[in-house]
Design a protein around this ligand. Structure first.
Ligand SMILES: [Zn+2]
Ligand SMILES: [Zn+2]
Length: 366
């Protein structure tokens, strides 16, 4: 893919820099005309997004209120942890490292299993998730990024507004990402398309499964309801906010030890390493998006990479794109300003990787 194609894929800009280019501090110009104009989502879309976002939060409030007396048991907690890990790894290993970036090749049944597990996390259907995330990498922290915390500029007010937008607000806007442009490979994949179609059913399963297990273990309706609250709604709410924190906090606070493209302000945020299953080593990820390990420095906990290693040893994953020493040395820098080592590189997620030929089709501007 040539530079010409990359430039052609960018949305229309209005001069927010002296030469009309994005200068890294100004609010993003609004794209002119459809389909990128932000005129607000349709009522149906807003209602559905609101339900997906608000229902788990309501469960959290209800759970805390009930727990004030007695409504939490050890099975509730264990079941919540298991489902958090399964659905979370479905997103981090399946949606993100496998399907978005092709960091490794997986057996067919494993691809589908991971896509199903990720779909149970209430983060949207698999193909839309992948397309949006590829677009995020194509335009990181520049106009065109669907969820940059720098959308409203770098003033204090703009920054606060931007963090809210990157965390949650962007889902309520009308800024659709083209599937045919960003995820043609997945749209042509019948099994993954079927998983995408099953998203509402998988959301229902994600809630009814804990109820059924809680009811079976306790033999009471009360046991089913508390499992539904803790291992259903509250588990979903926690994973949602951890994932969304990678979009918001991991572009604002934390360390930037790796070199990235110009304007990319992704950070490594160690306190979120465990709950994000390794995704909060976000600066490491943005510096080399096709790499299967995001925590690339010694001692950086990355449970998602550890699981990919297990898959590799079992023979279920091949062509794993592990970091090589030369690349690691090249990408680590000494300053933490986030600017000194920035480079104008092509969109990094589209870099060649040892994945199958289908990878070529995922290029965003191809
Ligand atoms: Zn990012
Ligand atoms: Zn990514």
């Amino acid at each position: 893919m040539g530079t010409k194609q990359i430039i052609a894929s960018r949305p229309a800009r209005r001069g927010n820099g002296r030469d009309g280019r994005y200068d890294g501090t100004a609010p993003f110009p609004r794209p002119e005309g459809a389909p990128g104009s932000r005129t607000g989502a349709s009522p149906v879309q807003t209602t559905l997004t609101g339900a997906i976002v608000v229902a788990p939060l309501a469960g959290l409030i209800a759970g805390v209120w009930l727990a004030w007396g007695k409504a939490i048991t050890l099975p509730d907690v264990l079941l919540a942890l298991v489902l958090y890990a399964v659905t979370g790894l479905g997103v981090t290993v399946g949606f993100h490292r496998l399907l978005t970036h092709r960091s490794f090749t997986a057996r067919r049944w494993l691809q589908v299993t991971l896509a199903v597990a990720g779909s149970m996390s209430f983060q949207g259907s698999v193909i839309g998730w992948v397309a949006t995330h590829r677009r995020h990498h194509a335009f990181t922290d520049r106009p065109g990024d669907p969820h940059s915390p720098y959308r409203y500029g770098t003033s204090l007010r703009g920054q606060l507004r931007g963090v809210a937008h990157a965390h949650l607000g962007w889902m309520f806007g009308n800024d659709p990402t083209s599937i045919s442009r960003y995820a043609p490979d997945l749209r042509a994949d019948r099994a993954i398309t079927n998983v995408g179609r099953a998203f509402p059913a998988l959301c229902a399963l994600s809630l009814t499964l804990p109820f059924a297990v809680g009811w079976a273990l306790s033999g009471t309706w009360h046991g089913g309801v508390t499992a539904f609250l803790w291992a259903g709604l509250i588990r979903i709410a926690l994973l949602q906010h951890i994932t969304w924190s990678v979009n918001s906090l991991c572009h604002v606070i934390g360390a930037r030890p790796h070199s990235t493209r110009r304007h990319d302000r992704s950070t490594d945020l160690w306190p979120l390493a465990l709950p994000s299953l390794g995704e909060s080593w976000h600066n490491g990820h943005h510096s080399d998006p096709t790499c299967a390990r995001h925590g690339r420095r010694p001692g950086q906990l990355d449970l998602s990479a550890d699981l990919i290693r297990v898959f590799e040893r079992l023979g279920w994953a091949t062509d794993v794109h592990w970091p090589d020493t030369s690349r690691r040395v090249r990408n680590i820098r000494t300053d933490r300003t986030g600017h000194g080592a920035e480079q104008d590189r092509p969109e990094p997620h589209s870099a060649p990787c040892p994945a199958p030929a289908a990878t070529a089709a995922v290029r965003p501007a191809g």
